[in-house]
Design a protein around this ligand. Sequence first.
Ligand SMILES: Nc1ncnc2c1ncn2[C@@H]1O[C@H](COP(=O)(O)OP(=O)(O)OP(=O)(O)O)[C@@H](O)[C@H]1O
Ligand SMILES: [Mg+2]
Length: 370
Amino acid sequence: MTTISPTMSHPQTENQGIEPTPVPLPMRVAIIGAGRGGTALLDVLHQIRTIQIVGIADQNPSAAGLKRAQELNVPVYDRVADLIKQQGLNLVMDVTGDPAMESVLQKEVPAGTDVVNGQTSRLLWLLVQHESTLQTELLHAEKLAGIGSFAAGIAHDMNNPLQLILGLAENLTDETDLEAVHLQARDIIDAVKRTTAICRDLTSYSRRSSLRQDCLISVNGKLDEALKIARYAVALQDIEIRKLYQPDVVVKGNPDELLHVFVNLITNAVQAMEHHGTLTLETKAMAAATQVCVSDTGSGIAPELLGRIFEPFFTTKPPGKGTGLGLYNIKNVIHHMNGTIGLESHVGRGSTFTLTFPGESGADERRTRP
Ligand SMILES: Nc1ncnc2c1ncn2[C@@H]1O[C@H](COP(=O)(O)OP(=O)(O)OP(=O)(O)O)[C@@H](O)[C@H]1O
Ligand SMILES: [Mg+2]
């Protein structure tokens, strides 16, 4: 299986007979300060495979960055001195904004290790914020572009209850039996509720993702919600849907972003089957990880394209049909959740995308949001 880990920007292609390129030694970086700046730096640097984060230090044990570091398996320190004495440090990034820290580092950082602080680290913080805003905007832009393809599905689903309402209302104009009037009025109310539910699903899907506030998400519930949304974009009537759900599977992340990931994977899978085949959704809660697999029996992906499909704007769809941003955004969201994406694909037989999230399966976790 090809796996994309948070530290890799492209899938490995070792099974495709391509010579691996030599990997340079990683740059060893220490982060001082685990507030907002330190957390954002951690998130960005963690995704770059040529960087190894040796540790992050903050004397405040409840600093947000320390918790994030633990999730990412980055060592945390409460004493700066303990962190900067680590062997072979190339760079110390001080994002505390504290002038006293500058003089401590000047004295204690060994020769040969560079220090970034003051205005330079402020500039870095601004760049990191800028890049995070761009990623969020791209996700939203792609979501809105996708919603264009929902039009036919929405029109179909709205038309049925509207036709029913019209028929019932026409009957009512000359209905004299009060009981029949009541019954038909109730049918009208149900039909209106159905159309309102469609509008509600779509309005909540199209809104901008809530700020990066992570919580525990019920994966099975999110997959079902995604199926409902994907129905508007792709015809599912001739697709057999198999759900192999383990109960109570949860992951930690942003619910809006995870919904978007699932909608994209399901849409891609159905498009690859050209509307005929089997879509399998599987969830597994294991001892140390949670897995979600989305499989299709569609076209599969040619080996020479495996390394490209996660690139921004890469698409094999005709102009106007796809943005090529779906998998790129999925990769970013999964990286943020510290997960990996595995892909197994056979041309003419289908593909399986496997998302793996480290950590407890959470079957016994409490604060689960739908
Ligand atoms: N399940 C799949 N089976 C076969 N090919 C796939 C599958 N998922 C993705 N691909 C390939 O990867 C390409 C990139 O997918 P991605 O979701 O990023 O963009 P897109 O689907 O082309 O455009 P958009 O998501 O905007 O509709 C697709 O064009 C397709 O060639
Ligand atoms: Mg897509």
